[in-house]
Design a protein around this ligand. Structure first.
Ligand SMILES: C[S@@+](CC[C@H](N)C(=O)[O-])C[C@H]1O[C@@H](n2cnc3c(N)ncnc32)[C@H](O)[C@@H]1O
Ligand SMILES: [Zn+2]
Length: 280
C-alpha cells in the first residue's frame, strides 16, 4: 500500500519529505500530488514527457505473458539474489525502477516478509496493476531519467528488470551495504523469433554500454547467465512481442503474418543475465 512507502518518498520539486493527506500526498512547502483511485501516487513534474511509458496494450500483453509463467524462472532468480543481498542489510526497502506491473517485485517480497517494495514507473497502466500486485508494494509514477522522488539511502536493494537505468539516481537511493540487481537480456534472448518476426535484437555493444553507464557509481560483484526453453503458442508469441520494444516498431499485419508462419507450439530460448553490483 502507498502508506507503507510514503516515508521513503521526497517531493519532486523541493526534495522535502512527503506525507499522506486524504486523496493526495504533499510536502511542508505546499506541493501536492494526486493519489489515483487505483492507489498509486503521481510524482511526475508538470512538464513530464511520458512518450516512453508502456501503453495500455503493451501492459495487457505483459500481464498475460507473465501470468502464463514463461518468465517464472527469472522471477525465482531475482527473488533468490535479492534474499541473499538483503541478508546483511538490517533495514531498507526494495526499490524497483521501471517496475511495470510489479510481477517481479511481488515475487521478491514473497521471499522477504519484513520488507516493503516501491514500484516506480512512468506508465499509469502499469502502476494501476503494480499498486495491487502485493500488499506491501506502494506504486509511484515518476520519470526514471530525472531525479527519483525517493529519499537518499532508503533502499536495501534497487532492482531494474529490462528497464531504464539512471545510474546516479539508483546509487543515491541505495543505502549502506545495499545492492543493485539488474536483469538484462543477452544477445541469445528470443533468438528464434528475432529473424522470423523482424524483432529488434539486443545490441552487440549493450554490455559495454551498461558498464559505461554504471562504472562511476557501481562495482560488479557477480554476473550469471541463465537460459531456459519456452514452449509458446501463437497467442503467447503475440503477447511476447506486444509487451516488448518491438511493439512500437513492427507493423501489426506483418507480425500476424509472421506469427501465422511459425510452428505451433514454437520453442523459444529465454536468455538473461542477472548482475549484482555494490555502490562505490
Ligand atoms: C520492458 S518494461 C519492463 C517492466 C518490468 N520491469 C518487467 O520486466 O515486467 C519497461 C518499463 O519501463 C517503463 N518506463 C519507460 N520509460 C520510463 C521512464 N522514463 N521512467 C520510468 N519508467 C519508464 C515502462 O513503462 C515499462 O513499464
Ligand atoms: Zn515540495
Amino acid at each position: 500500500m502507498l502508506e507503507d512507502v510514503v516515508g521513503l518518498l521526497r517531493c519532486p520539486h523541493c526534495a522535502a519529505e512527503l506525507a499522506r493527506r486524504e486523496s493526495a500526498v504533499g510536502c511542508a512547502n505546499g506541493h501536492s500530488f494526486d493519489v489515483a483511485r487505483q492507489g498509486y501516487a503521481s510524482l511526475l513534474h508538470g512538464d513530464a514527457q511520458t512518450g516512453t511509458a508502456d501503453t495500455r496494450e503493451m501492459i495487457e500483453a505483459r500481464e498475460a505473458f507473465l501470468h502464463a509463467g514463461h518468465y517464472e524462472a527469472a522471477a525465482d532468480l531475482l527473488a533468490t539474489e535479492c534474499a541473499g543481498a538483503v541478508a546483511a542489510v538490517p533495514g531498507g526497502a526494495i526499490v524497483d525502477v521501471g517496475a511495470g506491473t510489479a510481477y517481479y517485485l511481488a515475487r521478491v517480497l514473497d521471499r522477504l516478509p519484513r520488507r516493503v517494495g516501491l514500484a516506480l514507473d512512468l506508465s499509469k497502466h502499469a502502476l494501476r496493476r503494480a499498486a495491487k500486485a502485493h500488499p506491501r508494494i506502494g506504486a509511484v509514477a515518476c520519470d526514471a531519467w530525472r531525479a527519483l522522488p525517493v529519499r537518499t539511502g532508503v533502499a536495501a536493494v534497487v532492482m531494474s528488470v529490462f528497464s531504464p537505468r539512471n545510474a546516479a539516481e539508483m546509487r543515491r537511493v541505495l543505502g549502506p551495504g545495499g545492492a543493485l540487481l539488474l536483469l538484462t537480456p543477452t544477445p541469445r534472448h528470443l533468438a528464434e523469433l528475432i529473424p522470423a518476426l523482424g524483432l529488434l535484437s539486443v545490441g552487440e555493444r549493450k554490455e559495454e554500454r551498461l558498464e559505461e553507464q554504471l562504472g562511476p557509481y557501481f562495482e560488479l560483484i557477480r554476473r550469471g547467465e541463465h537460459e531456459w526453453v519456452m514452449v509458446l503458442g501463437r497467442a503467447d508469441v503475440e503477447h511476447l512481442v506486444g509487451m516488448g520494444p518491438s511493439a512500437r516498431h513492427i507493423d501489426p499485419a506483418r507480425l500476424r503474418e509472421g506469427v501465422g508462419r511459425l510452428p505451433e507450439p514454437v520453442t523459444v530460448t529465454a536468455s538473461v543475465a542477472v548482475s549484482v553490483f555494490r555502490g562505490l
